[in-house]
Design a protein around this ligand. Structure first.
Ligand code: SF4
Ligand code: SF4
Length: 432
């Protein structure tokens, strides 16, 4: 009875804390501007199934993709076992789902093989990350915390799977010894390898079984509450993030309605621009509220895998720009604003902005707008859109752009072309 009570308190506390943090994440995402991504629902579902469930874009690199699929499927499916653990924990039963009979044996055997898969996958990932020294896992944005976060996730998954297998192995041995509480149920193709290592005394076996059971459940609940602080949040956000993907062609940039209307009015005096109510407070983006909620959701979904940076021509040629850093900076600034609101009840000016305080002008102007980062991202994130909004702010609000671009703007304004030839010479270069 006492252990059931302790279990109920831990469970309620973990779920309550997680809900609180989820509410904060939703509040932070809502700091962004509105953007309509409700069109073409069938296409959106398809995209989510292919990219999030099917991990379609991961398979451009088959080896890590296979391992990731193993870890992802294993970790998600094994958590079905949580249902049984929660019922047993609350009601003091043992292996309550054994009522499923032969199907339960099948399920448990599948869980054990998947647990082994997760263990192996995480071990390989750990070695790859820390000994293999893959270039895309380094970079100036990969400071102490992002590296530690990645290792913590892998180590936790290894420990949770090990606890699951030890729990099953001791349970199996207790079942074979005929202990009354340990009903004969389940099939243990992997954990039975551990049985020779276990003690014979029932008391010690029960102690190990209970410790592994508690470690597993408390570990999973702790891990759940670690997600909001970690890049691992992508295991949840990848689904809405891919559903709300941009469906227009990659090279098609977003126009600002207010600017389009102004140009139309200049070209056609009879054009009546719609009401000015929808005018943006600012052209482009200087800080978090100027970006859209989708940009902000993407910042929370970034897995920090570095695939974008590894294909970025600016980064490859030694420029300061890293699209992964753009996403990490956006998340950091968004969280800073969120904490500011939590402390003050509303946002209190802190003298900082996403542009300049986090992302420098040198970074944004190094971008070639090639879209390689967008193409490479396994979870459909668009770092380029944030870069373009920051540039738009610099140009339209501050008239600040590199000299070469300013010269081009001047030529377009005066000559109707990016070159400095006179309008009268237009036919010469146009037909050459
Ligand atoms: S669009 Fe910009 S940030 Fe993205 S890969 Fe190309 S140069 Fe790099
Ligand atoms: S933006 Fe995409 S590709 Fe780049 S680090 Fe994040 S998840 Fe990986």
């Amino acid at each position: 009875m006492v252990s059931q009570l302790i279990f109920a308190i831990i469970l309620a506390f973990a779920i309550g804390l997680f809900s609180l943090n989820v509410r904060k994440i939703i509040r932070n995402i809502r700091l962004g501007r509105a953007v309509d991504r409700s069109d073409r629902p069938v296409e959106r579902w398809k995209k989510m199934v292919m990219v999030a469930f099917g991990q379609q874009k991961m398979f451009k690199r088959p080896f890590p993709a296979l391992l990731h699929l193993l870890v992802y499927l294993g970790f998600v499916i094994i958590n079905i076992e949580m249902l049984e653990i929660i019922i047993d924990g609350l009601f003091g039963s043992h292996r309550v789902l054994a009522i499923l009979g032969g199907f339960y044996n099948l399920l448990l055997a599948a869980f054990e093989w998947l647990a082994l898969g997760v263990l192996v996958g995480c071990l390989v990932f750990l070695i790859r990350r820390n000994i293999g020294r893959l270039k895309r896992f380094s970079g100036k944005e990969m400071t102490f915390w992002p590296k530690t976060d990645a290792n913590l996730i892998l180590i936790t998954e290894i420990l949770l799977m090990a606890a699951f297998l030890i729990m099953n192995a001791t349970d199996h041995k207790l079942q074979l010894s005929g202990m009354s509480h340990y009903i004969t149920a389940g099939s243990f193709p992997v954990s039975s390898w551990l049985m020779p290592l276990l003690p014979e005394a029932s008391g010690r076996l029960m102690w190990i079984e209970r410790s592994a059971w508690w470690f597993h459940i408390v570990g999973v609940l702790t891990f759940l509450n670690y997600l909001p602080y970690s890049k691992h949040l992508h295991i949840i956000l990848v689904f809405p993030n891919t559903y709300f993907s941009k469906l227009t062609p990659k090279g098609q940039f977003t126009n600002m309605d207010s600017v389009t209307n102004e140009v139309k009015a200049m070209l056609d005096p009879s054009f009546a621009p719609p009401s000015a109510d929808g005018l943006p407070a600012r052209f482009g983006a200087k800080d978090i509220p100027d970006l859209t909620w989708k940009n902000l959701m993407e910042a929370y979904t970034c897995t920090e895998c570095g695939r974008c940076t590894s294909v970025c021509p600016a980064n490859i040629t030694g420029k300061l720009l890293s699209p992964r850093k753009i996403m990490m900076d956006t998340r950091d600034r968004m969280e800073e604003i969120g904490k500011n609101i939590d402390q003050n009840g509303e946002f209190k000016d802190d003298g900082k902005f996403l542009l300049d305080s986090y992302i420098s002008r040198e970074e944004i102007w190094a971008c070639t707008t090639c879209n390689a980062c967008v193409e490479a991202c396994p979870v459909n994130i668009d770092p380029l859109n944030i870069i373009l909004e920051l540039r738009r702010y610099a140009v339209m609000e501050e008239s600040q752009a590199p000299a070469s671009i300013n010269a081009m703007f001047g030529n377009i304004e005066n000559n109707g072309a990016p070159w400095k030839y006179a309008q009268s010479d237009r036919d010469n270069w146009k037909n050459s």
